[in-house]
Design a protein around this ligand. Sequence first.
Ligand code: GRF
Length: 208
Amino acid sequence: MPSEKFKLAVLVSGRGSNLQAIIDSIEKNNLAAEISLILSNEPDSYALQRGKKHGLESVFLNPKNFPSRDDYEKQMIELLQTKSIDLVCLAGFMRILGKEFIEAFSGKIINIHPSLLPAFPGLNVQEKALEHGAKFSGCTVHFVNEEVDDGAIILQAIVPILDEDDVQSLSDRILEQEHITYSEAIRLIIEDNLEFYGRRVIRKTRGN
Ligand code: GRF
């Protein structure tokens, strides 16, 4: 009997290019997983359309229908638990998750951020990197804890900042790396190929 696939939920708010990269990795058999749910807090998120195009359950959960953030997150928790989600992937999800949600999926929530954390957490990070005069930026896939962009780092990719870069050109080159790095990090988790030493996350084996 074939074993059950590793179940991903992808939480999105916008364009969904990272979601697309994960979908593509799965469809090319580079990732032994299935996306059991795509959840957006924004009705017009293009990510929802991408999901639907690939026949994936793509849900807009309207925060305005809930009296508080806690109530909204309770509903999210319930939805994800119904689907027996193994890993929650934040991909441009523009809400900060509360304690209850993080505890409900402890160690099972990851995020991708377009800088080399801990440099430049938060928003508008390419602008910040350029203004700061940094010579390198990149992207980081990390576990999610209660602080913003703070959890243990799984993988990073470095992108040089060129003299002629502006926010757009730098964002574009970082995004290319995001699309590769996010799937790699998910694969390490699926394959149970990570060891934890405090905040340090190390690969058990150095494969390809
Ligand atoms: C990406 O740059 C990601 O690092 C950040 O939000 C952006 C989402 O882009 N967290 P997309 O929706 O995946 O295209």
